[in-house]
Design a protein around this ligand. Structure first.
Ligand SMILES: [Zn+2]
Length: 277
């Protein structure tokens, strides 16, 4: 599932490449990708508008329009946004096609169909898209101080992996980056958030910001069994720098102990049993 670094990579490229383009035609096939309101409403709110930029909140992409509304895209498990010339054959599982006046298309491709597109007015988020108003702080766009972060850790009393992946606390982190951040910080996934020393809190905070920014520089992580590619269909490179994720049985780069994989709260979790405490 794409997380903050992957969505940020897509946002950055979309902002550069589709800002100023006018939407000529919107085509929606299937019933899953546009499921809030009717397809007709979705199409009407988009056709004829001009794209003014691309923003991000957590894992949500917000494509801003000159109508003052947002086209929100949530990729979920396997969604992809691809830019392509109109004459290029559409990939299998293409569910939404947006054709620009100036030529070219943006396509939403999603084999598992958990992903979603919808149009909202920023003034009515509370009713139209409450999940956007319930997001926690953004560790890349809007980082809080480590002291404030420490107060959150103390107040929540949650396991660290649960804390990092709770979108209402920190927006944008999922299964891959929580494991990488916790390894970088030398902390176990199941440590309780209020058990950390001030030094450990600071280390966790610094690791979170550093891992996410490094992953953005490498244009995200693409894994063998997952679907992330950028708007031009290219894979990211951060998986080459993963220290624990999908590395069970391999030696830890820091202490040489063997990386373990465990199922925790229904998700695969990778960690070093020796240097994460
Ligand atoms: Zn280790």
């Amino acid at each position: 599932m794409p997380e903050l670094p992957e969505v940020e990579t897509i946002r950055h490229d979309l902002d550069r490449e589709i800002s100023g383009r006018k939407i000529k035609l919107v085509e929606v096939t299937g019933t899953r990708s546009v499921r809030r309101g009717t397809k007709k409403q979705f199409i009407e709110r988009l056709q004829g508008t001009k794209i003014t930029g691309a923003k991000r909140r957590g894992k949500f992409l917000l494509i801003t329009l000159d109508s003052k509304e947002w086209l929100v895209v949530h990729l979920r498990m396997s969604g992809q946004l691809l830019l392509a010339p109109a004459k290029e054959a559409k990939p299998k599982h293409t569910h939404v096609v947006i054709t620009f006046q100036q030529g070219g298309q943006m396509r939403f491709v999603d084999p598992r169909t958990f992903g979603e597109l919808f149009v909202v007015s920023p003034d009515s988020l509370a009713t139209e898209a409450p999940e956007l108003t319930e997001l926690g702080f953004d560790p890349v766009d809007d980082p809080i101080s480590w002291i404030k972060f420490g107060h959150l850790l103390l107040a929540k009393r949650m396991r660290l992996k649960e804390f990092l992946t709770d979108q209402s606390i920190v927006a944008g982190i999922g299964n891959i980056y929580s494991d990488e951040i916790l390894h970088a910080a030398g902390l176990r996934y199941d440590r309780t958030s209020d058990s950390l020393s001030p030094q450990e809190m600071r280390r966790l905070y610094r690791s979170m910001v550093e891992v996410l920014n490094e992953a953005i520089k490498a244009r995200g992580s693409s894994l063998a069994d997952e679907q992330y590619v950028d708007v031009h269909g290219k894979v990211g490179a951060f998986q080459e720098q993963h220290q624990v994720y999908a590395r069970e049985g391999l030696p830890c780069a820091r202490c040489r102990a063997t990386i373990e994989r465990t199922k925790w709260q229904g998700r695969s979790t990778f960690y070093c049993p020796q240097c994460q405490v």
